[in-house]
Ligand binder design. Structure first.
Ligand SMILES: Cc1cc2nc3c(=O)[nH]c(=O)nc-3n(C[C@H](O)[C@H](O)[C@H](O)COP(=O)(O)OP(=O)(O)OC[C@H]3O[C@@H](n4cnc5c(N)ncnc54)[C@H](O)[C@@H]3O)c2cc1C
Length: 264
């Protein structure tokens, strides 16, 4: 069974809020110095889903990531968890693409890799959280998509997917190849084993540029983007504190109740 997993490298969500800075002019997040980016949390779950399928059905896991060349680190992390191979897709033409552009680039790489039974994505990226790339990618590849998976089982020519819905879950079947987006309910990702960690660290991760995957510049024209970020800001929080007093405890309580009752 050949599985391709799309993983995104994101700003570490564990950084303290004070370190989170944006540049409102360029509408970009400013990466904090000395804090390495990490694999997006849902993509790590997608990878766990792929590893479980490989444990049961054998096969190969290939990981791809659109980003800077340092996205090789998330590919190495994936290999340390159980993936076999991976490619970074990095080119100035891929920078600041919207979800359609990212899905187009991923689709070209997937077509180049070929021979896949399943493509796995996270349910959404941990940074921008659009939750769009998986579905758009399936549309471009012309394959079915099942979203929000918490369990995936493979049969000969189909996959059985347990997916999260508002009041529980449902089970759907789709033919292979299909694309499945994975939710955190699939369970915790496995810890990389020591030997695999060392092997992954030494692995050379190839970088594919636009021409390596045959990506056409007309499909990555930022002037034709479907979405535009018109503003980016960090929410401001205002806190006010008023001490409620009274001559006795019960008077203070009465004063508090009357304050609460008159709140608008
Ligand atoms: C004008 C503009 C400027 C932007 N600038 C930046 C920027 O500087 N830096 C930045 O990181 N983003 C930037 N973005 C956002 C970027 O376009 C989004 O990352 C992209 O649209 C995908 O949306 P998302 O990340 O919310 O992914 P989602 O749709 O939420 O992702 C779903 C899944 O798709 C897969 N996926 C998504 N992105 C990738 C990827 N890069 N590689 C492999 N798999 C992936 C993963 O499996 C992920 O779990 C910009 C967007 C716009 C419109």
């Amino acid at each position: 069974m050949n599985i391709i997993v799309c993983v995104k490298q994101v700003l570490d969500p564990e950084i303290p809020p004070a370190k989170f800075k944006i540049d409102p002019e360029t509408k970009q997040v400013v990466p904090p110095a000395g804090v390495p980016p990490v694999i997006s949390v849902y993509d790590e779950r997608a990878l766990e889903g792929a590893c479980r399928l490989k444990d049961k059905n054998k096969g190969k896991i290939t990981v791809i990531s659109v980003g800077a060349e340092k996205a090789a680190d998330v590919i190495k992390h994936a290999i340390s968890m159980g993936a076999d191979d991976g490619f970074v897709l990095s080119d100035p033409a891929f920078e600041n693409l919207d979800s359609f552009g990212i899905a187009y680039v991923l689709s070209k790489a997937i077509q180049k890799i070929g021979g896949y039974d399943l493509v796995l994505c996270g349910r959404q990226a941990a940074d921008w959280g659009a939750g769009q790339v998986g579905s758009i990618l399936a549309e471009i590849l012309g394959i079915p998509v099942v979203t929000l998976a918490c369990d995936i089982e493979a049969a000969d020519t189909s996959v059985r997917v347990k997916r999260i819905v508002n009041d529980g879950y449902e089970i759907v079947e789709a033919p292979m190849p299909s694309l499945v987006t994975v939710s955190s309910e699939i369970g915790l990702p496995r810890l990389p084993a020591g030997m695999r960690l060392m092997m992954a660290r030494k692995k050379q991760i190839p970088v594919w540029k636009a021409q390596d995957i045959g990506a056409e510049s007309s499909q990555m024209d930022k002037g034709n983007a479907h979405t535009e970020i018109t503003g980016l800001s960090v929410p401001t929080r205002k806190t006010e504190c008023e001490m409620i007093t009274g001559a006795t405890l019960s008077e203070a309580a009465i004063n508090l109740v009357s304050k609460l009752a008159n709140l608008t």
